[in-house]
Write a protein that binds this ligand. Structure first.
Ligand code: ATR
Length: 485
């Protein structure tokens, strides 16, 4: 079940967030350290009555500044406020591991209130973490750790709790920061009974209840759930979870697709073995780096030296490049009608590689224009294409059957930028922009005004995503599901 962390300055604001998120959660944490005028009797009374107003169990927490909270007064004061507020019908009280409030803890236990013993570390994973959790559990507490995850190696450690701490039935492990996001989403795979979420990022990497519940369906994960994901750096902006998760749900496939921020491909493959990951997408900067770890590749991966999809096939990792076919998908009928014989490609980076090869494999005469001539030259030599510097773009106006824009220029928030303002369109060419945010870029809008046939970046993105989906699940993307952006 998901736990909503409430950290507003007033109880009214907390209640508003609570009811907004009620459909997604089964537990709430009232962070009283964030409330204004905490010392006033009026506020204390409101805190005491809070659990009887809401219809889920509530955790009472008063977090110190040093543990990421707002409370700055003395420990004596903190104990007295928690003691008073715990008169309410709270189900749990959070007490830090180093606060030895034995008498109060005994009193809470006698009243049937469970104690969550918490450890926080905003820098990394402290020594002997599992040992400490075991000790806390032995004393009858629910151990909770919230630690900063600094890389995939740390993720491997936290996920090892699934096996190493399997005897602790009620525990909470939170991975803070972007590297820790998979721990938040896959909390049930580690054997945790809850994970924390909020509409405001109360702690680094925290997700909203709606996204955890509706997009990831994190609370429905069980031992049989197949794990898929995407690796990249950065990766949190990716919209691929919004393609695959609704698709899995649409075909009733017990699977989840999770973003993994990765600092080491080698460690990620270790993690993938450990979690029995069934397949994953690969984005910048790892499309080439994953190749040495693959047992098999499709022809395109070998030719392009770029792999954006990895699947587990007969105990082996297999690499696929769906960028290649995703790019071709919206324009295949034009090739069939022999309408594309010459192409102008803007950019010579990773995305351009798949595109130039796809065009060359369809007997297209390609010219690559790039800001840095050396990069254009190197890709052109490899693919037997022509090349020129981007500043000469005006010379190529109206000379190609298709113009493909592969750079990130024109992407939000810089949607007013045009990568090749000097290139004019004749109206006869197909104009394709890989940028998908905004849908109609400045570049495409110019082509549209000249009545060119235009192809949106989102078409390629969805086409490559649907091909990935087929590789992952063995099924077509459900036609009644709209990728949820
Ligand atoms: P990707 O994998 O998304 O293609 P990349 O490998 O970093 O990303 O390539 C980015 C491409 O966009 C390159 O061709 C880059 O030109 P350079 O080779 O000169 O770096 C091009 N690019 C990026 N910013 C640009 C800009 N402001 N103007 C023109 N081209 C740009």
């Amino acid at each position: 079940m998901l736990c909503l962390t409430l950290s507003h300055k007033t109880i009214d604001a907390d209640l508003k967030e609570f009811w907004n998120n009620r459909p997604y959660i089964g537990l709430a944490e009232l962070r009283i350290d964030c409330l204004d005028n905490l010392e006033s009797d009026e506020i204390k009374d409101k805190i005491i009555s809070f659990p009887s107003i809401v219809d889920v169990p509530v955790i009472l927490t008063c977090r110190r500044k040093s543990d990421g909270g707002q409370f700055t007064m003395s420990e004596k004061k903190r104990l007295s406020i928690i003691k008073k507020c715990s008169e309410g019908a709270f189900s749990y009280v959070d007490i830090e591991e180093d606060s030895h409030w034995n008498e109060f803890e005994k009193e809470l236990s006698n009243r049937g209130i469970e104690i969550i013993k918490s450890i926080h570390d905003f820098n990394g994973i402290p020594d002997n973490l599992f040992l400490k959790m075991n000790r806390m559990a032995t004393k009858g507490f629910i151990p909770k750790v919230a630690v900063k995850v600094n890389g995939v190696k740390d993720l491997i450690f936290l996920f090892s709790a699934q096996e190493k701490l399997k005897d602790i039935k009620k525990k909470i492990i939170i991975g803070m920061g972007d590297y820790g996001v998979p721990v938040r989403i896959l909390y049930k795979k580690i054997g945790c009974f809850t994970t924390f979420c909020s509409d405001n990022e109360v702690a680094p990497g925290m997700l909203s209840p709606r996204s955890l519940s509706e997009l990831y369906r994190a609370d429905r994960v069980n031992a049989q759930t197949h794990i898929f994901g995407i690796i990249g750096n950065p990766v949190m902006h990716t919209i691929s979870p919004n393609i695959h998760n609704p698709g899995f749900h649409g075909i009733r496939f017990n699977a989840i697709y999770v973003p993994f921020l990765v600092d080491s491909v080698r460690y990620f493959f270790r993690l993938a073995e450990m979690l029995q990951i069934h397949g994953f997408s690969v984005t910048i900067p790892f499309k080439r780096d994953v190749i040495p770890y693959l047992g098999r590749n499709t022809r395109e991966v070998t030719q392009i030296c770029s792999c954006n999809t990895v699947i587990r096939e007969r105990g082996m990792w297999k690499g696929i490049n769906t960028d290649y076919y995703g790019f071709l998908s919206p324009i295949i009928p034009e090739f069939d009608n022999d309408k594309i014989k010459t192409a102008l490609v803007i950019g010579a980076g990773g995305a351009a590689r798949s595109i130039v090869w796809a065009l060359r494999n369809h007997n297209c005469n390609v010219t690559i224009l790039n800001r840095t001539l050396e990069h254009a030259k190197s890709l052109a030599n490899e693919t037997m294409s022509n090349y020129d510097i981007l500043d000469n773009a005006y010379k190529y106006s109206g000379l190609s059957d298709i113009v493909v824009q592969t750079t990130s220029v024109g992407m939000e928030p810089n949607y007013l930028e045009d990568p090749v303002p000097s290139l004019n369109f004749s109206g006869k060419e197909i104009v394709y922009d890989l940028v998908y945010k905004p849908n109609l870029t400045k570049f495409l809008s110019r082509a549209n005004e000249k009545k060119c046939k235009i192809v949106y970046g989102i078409d390629m993105l969805i086409a490559q995503g649907k091909l990935q989906f087929e590789a992952f699940s063995g099924y077509h993307y459900p036609p009644n599901v709209n990728p949820n952006f």
